[in-house]
Ligand binder design. Structure first.
Ligand SMILES: NC(=O)c1ccc[n+]([C@@H]2O[C@H](COP(=O)([O-])OP(=O)(O)OC[C@H]3O[C@@H](n4cnc5c(N)ncnc54)[C@H](O)[C@@H]3O)[C@@H](O)[C@H]2O)c1
Length: 362
């Protein structure tokens, strides 16, 4: 249950400024509006490369500490994602504390829009979990610093899938010398918005694709359209495969799945694929599995958003998403050369890009 008052004992425990300093955030805005019930936090991690762009998440956090932790972590992640994608964008994120099924109103989102506007373009918002295009249209009545509106750059999923496909090809090239996916066994977990487009690219190139999903209708539609094999959700980790493509949930690379996965490459769209970044990123390397870091390979979505900020076309977004091929190839080759986990190399590369323009706040 989300409380209506700030839990003071927790907030002193939080030591917010110390957290900002340790993670390098530039600015954190706490938003409270009794009339609409809005409680939100906007975190601007870095504006070194440009305005901080990242979605707004609406979630029923059990307490403010969880909401703060989430927004600080997610906004920092956006700095790295935008940098590794060579976009003129910094990293930010917002969370609205509350139930997205029962607490939404035009007044709440318009008030939130006013808070976004008060940052004068330092933060640009977009949709994330629990937010839909109507909510964002309400936000846009109060601020122009919002992207992903209906009739603008549109659903980012096809561009995200294109980037994942290109990144997957790059990983195969690093491993075999050829980037052909013909004959490769690929297991796709989740055939939702991104997964279904990815499966189309893969089957068109002659890959042998196995899919799973918890949503029967999505699976049926996929089987009808493409030559794919279907397995039950929990069987996906045991399928003989060359490539595992997580396109549903995060944290599917963990102690349990690592003992089952028989792949030599992990390349998929899901965010936060490693349950514990350090531990499981290293474990993949030790098993000789090439891992295309999630925030680099799934950047097509933010590229699509950026096209709206910069006034570029869908064709531009697709071309930019194709560059994910080079990014993933560079990350993986450098990881092999330096004998470091690929997520660590991707982080280093993002930091190098930021440092060329300015100083990270830590
Ligand atoms: N949409 C984008 O442009 C984009 C961009 C970057 C990252 N991502 C990430 O990629 C992933 C997929 O995004 P999406 O937009 O396709 O989401 P989606 O909700 O449209 O699709 C996810 C699919 O996974 C299925 N699923 C859920 N739990 C499952 C399980 N345990 N086993 C098998 N299938 C399961 C769902 O039924 C759904 O069909 C998410 O992690 C998302 O955060 C998406």
């Amino acid at each position: 249950m989300v409380s209506n008052t700030i839990d003071i004992s927790r907030s002193t425990e939080l030591d917010i400024m110390a957290k900002m300093v340790s993670m390098g955030h530039e600015q954190v805005l706490f938003c409270n509006d009794a009339a609409t019930g809005l409680k939100a936090i906007i975190a601007v991690h870095s504006t070194v490369l440009g305005p901080a762009l990242g979605g707004t998440r609406m979630w029923k956090y059990s307490n403010e500490a969880d909401a703060l932790r989430d927004v600080l972590r997610l906004s920092r992640g956006m700095t790295y994602k935008n940098a590794i994608s060579n976009l003129a964008l910094g990293g930010g994120k917002a969370v609205i504390i509350g139930d997205s099924h029962s607490m939404k109103s035009e007044a709440l989102f318009r008030r939130f829009g006013q808070f976004v506007d008060s940052l004068a373009g330092n933060y640009i918002t977009a949709e994330d979990v629990g937010i839909n295009p109507t909510d964002m249209e309400w936000v846009s009545k109060e601020t122009k610093h919002v992207v992903g509106l209906p009739g603008k750059s549109g659903d980012p999923s096809p561009v995200t899938a294109l980037g994942v496909y290109m990144g997957m090809k790059a990983a195969v090239k690093v491993q075999t010398g050829s980037d052909s996916l013909a004959g490769k066994k690929v297991s796709v977990q989740g055939v939702g918005h991104v997964g279904q487009y990815l499966v189309r690219f893969l089957t068109q190139e002659g890959a042998h694709v196995t899919v799973t999903d918890i949503h029967e209708a999505s699976l049926n539609a996929m089987v009808k359209e493409c030559d794919v094999k279907v397995v039950k959700p929990d069987e996906i980790y045991d399928v003989p495969m060359d490539i595992y493509a997580p396109c549903a949930l995060g944290a599917t690379i963990n102690d349990e799945t690592l003992s089952r996965l028989k792949c030599s490459i992990v390349a998929g769209a899901a965010n936060n694929q490693l349950l514990e970044e350090q531990k499981h990123g290293k474990a993949l390397m030790d098993k000789g599995i090439l891992y295309a870091p999630d925030f680099a390979i799934n950047a097509g979505g933010v590229i699509n958003c950026f096209s709206e900020v910069s006034g570029n076309s869908l064709e531009w977004s697709k071309k930019k998403a194709e560059e994910i091929y080079d990014t993933v190839e560079t990350i993986l080759r450098r990881a092999l050369q330096e004998n470091l986990p690929s997520f660590q190399i991707a982080n280093l590369m993002a930091e190098e890009i930021i440092k060329a323009k300015g100083t990270l706040n830590q």
